[in-house]
Design a binder for this molecule. Sequence first.
Ligand SMILES: CC(C)(COP(=O)(O)OP(=O)(O)OC[C@H]1O[C@@H](n2cnc3c(N)ncnc32)[C@H](O)[C@@H]1O)[C@@H](O)C(=O)NCCC(=O)NCCS
Ligand SMILES: Nc1ncnc2c1ncn2[C@@H]1O[C@H](COP(=O)(O)OP(=O)(O)OP(=O)(O)O)[C@@H](O)[C@H]1O
Length: 203
Amino acid sequence: MIIGVTGGIASGKSTVARAFAALGVPWVDADDVAREVVEPGEPALAEIAERYSREVGAQVLQEDGSLDRRALREIVFSYPAERKWLESVTHPRIRQRLVAQLERRQAEGAPYVLLVSPLLFESGQSEMADRCLVIDVPESLQIARTAARDDVDEDQARAIVAAQMPRAERLARADDVIDNSGGEARLKAQVAELDRKYRALAG
Ligand SMILES: CC(C)(COP(=O)(O)OP(=O)(O)OC[C@H]1O[C@@H](n2cnc3c(N)ncnc32)[C@H](O)[C@@H]1O)[C@@H](O)C(=O)NCCC(=O)NCCS
Ligand SMILES: Nc1ncnc2c1ncn2[C@@H]1O[C@H](COP(=O)(O)OP(=O)(O)OP(=O)(O)O)[C@@H](O)[C@H]1O
């Protein structure tokens, strides 16, 4: 059984995944795979570098040839068409690797596996999941936690939230919901309860 775990930026997906991992549940992470597909030597990085240097005239590589993530982030969250283009280059490759990683985890005999992705619904990755778990927090908390954690100011955090599915729409598609507006103790209690439910469902 595959449980898709989603929520907007800084909603608490990684924190939730770690709480499930403490109970022996493995996870695969779309953000990690998204980083792998643009590592030096990967075809997606070559496509990105070529487009930005030739067509757009922007520098998105660092001196060592790796992706300048901050530069690309500033472009794609200011220009929606650029974000769509980047997704068209990365998402098929991300999906392919997620499928392989999920198969590997399942073959290792886990009771169920988590597929953790910020864009589970937006990218159609939810088709790979049997159930979808949404981590829910108010937008104001998302912005505050993003700005506290990342090298991102509040305006950019708002632009990233705006590029993602609205909260109500995400909640409408959830099979299960974790409310992560409280502290970590409340989060862990909700995870423990869901783990019992998922183990029962996985039989
Ligand atoms: C734009 C990039 C280079 C910025 O890198 P950076 O290191 O600053 O951020 P990071 O990758 O850690 O992402 C942080 C968060 O931004 C949000 N985010 C990332 N990409 C997108 C997107 N295409 N649409 C909406 N939100 C996004 C997610 O909530 C994610 O957790 C990077 O996010 C990227 O390559 N995005 C395209 C690939 C993608 O869609 N990844 C999301 C997982 S499928
Ligand atoms: N219940 C909580 N109480 C206080 N802080 C929290 C709670 N849950 C998560 N956080 C903090 O909020 C930030 C975002 O959490 P986390 O990294 O788990 O989110 P995420 O959804 O995986 O983020 P992203 O998709 O942006 O990578 C982190 O700094 C984390 O420590």
